[in-house]
Each structure stands twice: as C-alpha cells, then as structure tokens.
Design a protein around this ligand. Structure first.
Ligand code: C5P
Length: 236
C-alpha cells in the first residue's frame, strides 16, 4: 500500500511544459508523486506516462473512466500495462462498472494499482444535482452512498473535497483512502476553488493524499512550495 503523500497536479498542455517544470526537481531527493489528467494525456498519449515513470515519479492517472462495464474493463487492462500507481473511475458508473474496472486493472500476477472513484464532482452543486440529474438526496448523502458503493465494489478509496474526508472515513472506515484536491496555503490565492483547506487541516480531517496544482505549479519557487506542502501535510 502506498504511503500518504502530496500529489502535484501536472495540469500542463504539453510534454515540453511538463518537463520544464519537472527539471526544477532534478536535484531533489524526494521525487514528487504526480497527477496526469486528461489534457496532458490526450495531448501526448501514453508515452508521457512512460517517460515520467522512467524519471522515477509515481503517477496518478486521472482519466475518470465512465462507460459500460465491458468497455471500462478493457480500457483498464490497457492502462494497467502503463504501470501507473493510481487511477480512477466515476462512481456513478455503478458497482458493476467499478468491479469491472478493478478486474481489468488487475495484472496477471495479481498486483493492481490503487483504484479510486470520483463521487460527485466538486463543480456539481446540490441544486444542479437535484434539478438536472433528478437526484433527490442531499449532496452529502449522495457522496457517502457513492463512497459506500465504491468500497462494496472493492476499490481503494474516493476523490473528494478535504472537507468531506471525515464523513467518508466515518462511513467507510479509516483504511478507505481519501484523495483530496482543493488545498491552499493559509496565505495563498484561492483562485476558482470554492471549498478549500490547508495541507495541515486536510491531514487532520483525514486526507490520505492531497492533490495540489497551482499553489505549487504557479509559485515563484515551485520546489520551495512543494517542500512547504510536504512539511505541512506530512510533517517531514
Ligand atoms: O490548481 P489546483 O490546486 O486547483 O488543482 C487541483 C487539481 O485537482 C486539478 O487538476 C483539478 O482538475 C483537480 N480536481 C479538483 N476538484 C475535483 C476533482 C479534481 O480540483 N473535484
């Protein structure tokens, strides 16, 4: 099982921009755990994952799969060959889809990267969820139910707001992982994130992994910002 960590969201548009950023960390003993999302993956394809792995980083491949179980299973089998450390699906794809994802991702030797699920995107408000998606429950009840489904499907945890990590742990147990974006330094810019908290507070509430983008990638000194984040979150 991977240890708690700070994951840097590599929200760059090209391999060139990504490697320019990663070169800043060349002399760091601690290789940052990185999140690669749709933009970079669709721009550069699987080679970007292989190249970043080759440089010694752990990777969370954030592609949020959501399709019929058979398609998700086959897509996950392809992703498992990329040797990522963590990847994800949408919990709204149902327990069957999540089980299929896990089967596809499990390698012949029985090993499997961490597989987590998105509950409700933090961009979805309770109002829209109820009016557009016709989900009558409260957003918190929906998040807890989707987390319980994720656990029932045998997955490792969920992506959620750090402010929701406590209630997810309460419902699903402390071993069930919470991966939380929406983290900001106490003296930093909030930007477009709404429900944010600091690295230290995220840890107190129960986050296992924090996903941090702009507070590190847009900092004047990204290496110093990363070190600060690790210190505040892990106390190292
Ligand atoms: O720059 P910032 O720290 O806001 O980046 C957060 C990262 O986490 C981005 O890659 C964003 O897409 C992702 N994310 C999020 N909220 C979610 C799910 C993913 O901010 N609910």
């Amino acid at each position: 099982m991977l240890k708690s960590d700070v994951i840097i969201a590599c929200d760059f548009k090209s391999a060139e921009d990504t490697f320019r950023f990663l070169d800043l960390f060349k002399d760091e003993e601690r290789k940052p755990f990185l999140k690669i999302g749709m933009e970079l993956y669709y721009a550069e394809g699987p080679s970007i994952v292989r190249e970043i792995k080759r440089r010694g980083h752990k990777i969370f491949l954030d592609l949020k799969l959501h399709d019929i179980p058979n398609t998700v299973k086959k897509a996950m089998a392809v992703l498992s060959r990329l040797d990522v450390d963590m990847t994800n699906v949408h919990a709204s794809g149902t327990i069957d889809m999540m089980k299929a994802a896990k089967e596809g991702l499990t390698r012949e030797d029985g090993s499997c990267p961490l597989l987590i699920a998105v509950t409700q995107l933090t961009s979805t408000s309770e109002e829209r969820m109820q009016q557009e998606l016709l989900i009558g429950a409260s957003i918190n009840d929906t998040i807890v139910k989707y987390a319980e489904n994720t656990r029932a499907a045998g997955l490792d945890g969920v992506v959620c707001s750090p402010l929701e990590a406590g209630m997810v742990k309460e419902a699903c147990g402390k071993e069930f992982l919470t991966i939380t974006p929406g983290v900001r330094f106490a003296d930093g810019e909030v930007g477009d994130q709404v429900r944010v908290t600091t690295p230290a507070r995220a840890r107190e509430i129960g986050s296992d992994f924090i996903v941090v983008g702009r507070p590190i990638t847009a900092a004047a000194d990204p290496v110093a910002a990363y070190r600060r984040c690790v210190k505040e979150f892990l106390g190292e």
